[in-house]
Design a protein around this ligand. Sequence first.
Ligand code: S3P
Length: 171
Amino acid sequence: MPLSKHICLLGFMGAGKSTLAEALAERLNVSWIDSDLWVEQTQQRSIQEIITAFGWPAFRSFEHEFTMSMASREPSVISCGGGFPLAKENWHWISEHCTSIYLKVDVELLYNRLLKNQRSRPLLANLNQESLKSYIASKLMEREAFYERANFIVNGNGTVPETISLLEALI
Ligand code: S3P
């Protein structure tokens, strides 16, 4: 059955949004779009390079441009950068055009995953192992109220097939 709205996966860095969105899109036979990848492709630079060259406010406004680029797209599965839903205008767009799903993952698991690719993430790159864990815990606590506004909350602590089954049950 065709989707009536986009499906938008929200959550913290390392929650598995991109992997799950890609797999879910394949199952549903619709496109997968990642807000970070869209920004990287349109700017022809990595997120790290964008932050270094232009700073965070510019990156956040590129993220917002992503919502405008979606106006002409068929309903798709979208993985959103971890900070994307925090901006009021992005949240407004999500609530109007998407079925939103928060992938809720425990701090311990996020930490174990992020430890492996910390360097490629500008918010985490300069933290040592000890401060990485406390940063994740406090940032997640700060953001969770935003993520929890999603239409659905799904436990993302399981394997990809387990989480996909949970997601499919909602759609
Ligand atoms: C960010 C998350 C990243 C990326 C940027 C900022 C955040 O995306 O958009 O580094 O503020 O949480 P992922 O959640 O896909 O890693």
